[in-house]
Design a protein around this ligand. Structure first.
Ligand SMILES: Nc1ncnc2c1ncn2[C@@H]1O[C@H](COP(=O)(O)OP(=O)(O)OP(=O)(O)O)[C@@H](O)[C@H]1O
Ligand SMILES: [Mg+2]
Length: 256
């Protein structure tokens, strides 16, 4: 079964077409890196795939469940939003315990899972007992990440998972994401940090003005189609997301 399948998935806000007729297929147990300039529709796509916003048209299924069936969808997915809502007055531990309760994680497993994940992302027992109101940006991001994967979801949607993290913490998260796929989890992530997808993504999709303008393995995207010469993923990104024909494969050229 496909982890994610969309057909002509579209979201309009008034005159703005945030996501324009998107066709995506993501196989189970893979990492899909979703790239694109600011405002290209990445977060909007994630919000549709997690049932948080309703598509204007088109269809999408996640683990075979229609995204319009929010109740059935919920147990299958974990979501790290762009701006994670956390309970400021709770400690990290309390926040995660609460989420574990909502997620039907067996009571005898809850403490173990929370402890080992917090330790993994570099939050100490002292940190776990600290109110989130007193957390730094990176500490919040770590708790939000743990919250998204705590119940071992079939699919983890991670919007900028390494945002605000120091290099060591960012590496830990990248490694952990790869480990999730070893356990069969599918990961759909956005990032502006191109080395992240180069390192961990099986497939990279590049969105530009709501449309998918490139999709391939990181290896293929960094190989120039005409010459086979190596280039950076940044070069590829800049080419396919440019309106300037001189920059190379512009969006218009892609349609030829
Ligand atoms: N709730 C909303 N109401 C109106 N317009 C919206 C809404 N959410 C997103 N948009 C618009 O949809 C487009 C895509 O936004 P989106 O947040 O999906 O971009 P993004 O690719 O995630 O960008 P970034 O890299 O900056 O996070 C933008 O033009 C944005 O202004
Ligand atoms: Mg976004």
């Amino acid at each position: 079964m496909r982890a994610i399948e969309t057909s002509a998935l579209t979201k309009r806000y008034g005159e703005t077409t945030a996501v324009d007729s998107l066709d995506l297929t993501v196989p189970e147990g893979t990492v899909y890196g979703f790239l694109g300039p600011n405002g290209s529709g990445k977060t909007t796509t994630m919000r549709m795939l997690t049932g948080l916003t309703t598509p204007t048209s088109g269809t999408a299924t996640v683990t075979g469940v229609s995204v319009t069936n929010r109740k059935a969808l919920r147990p299958h997915i974990g979501y790290l939003p762009e701006e994670p809502p956390l309970y400021e007055q709770a400690t990290a531990y309390e926040q995660l315990e609460y989420i574990a309760g909502l997620r039907d994680i067996p009571q005898q497993e809850v403490q173990n899972r929370i402890d080992s994940l917090l330790d993994r992302v570099g939050l100490s027992p002292d940190d776990a007992a600290t109110r989130i109101a007193d957390y730094s940006k990176g500490m919040r991001q770590k708790v939000a990440y743990v919250q998204a994967v705590l119940h071992s979801p079939d699919i983890a949607f991670l919007d900028e998972p390494t945002s605000g993290l120091d290099p060591r913490a960012a590496r830990t998260i990248r490694e952990h994401i790869r480990e999730l796929t070893d356990e069969g989890t599918t990961v759909f992530l956005t990032t502006h940090i191109l080395p992240v997808v180069e390192e961990i993504a099986d497939t990279v999709g590049i969105l530009y003005e709501g449309r998918l303008v490139a999709e391939d393995t990181p290896e293929q995207l960094t190989r120039r189609a005409e010459t086979g010469d190596a280039r950076t993923l940044e070069d590829a990104f800049l080419e396919v997301t440019s309106t300037d024909p001189a920059a190379g494969a512009s969006v218009e050229a892609e349609d030829d």
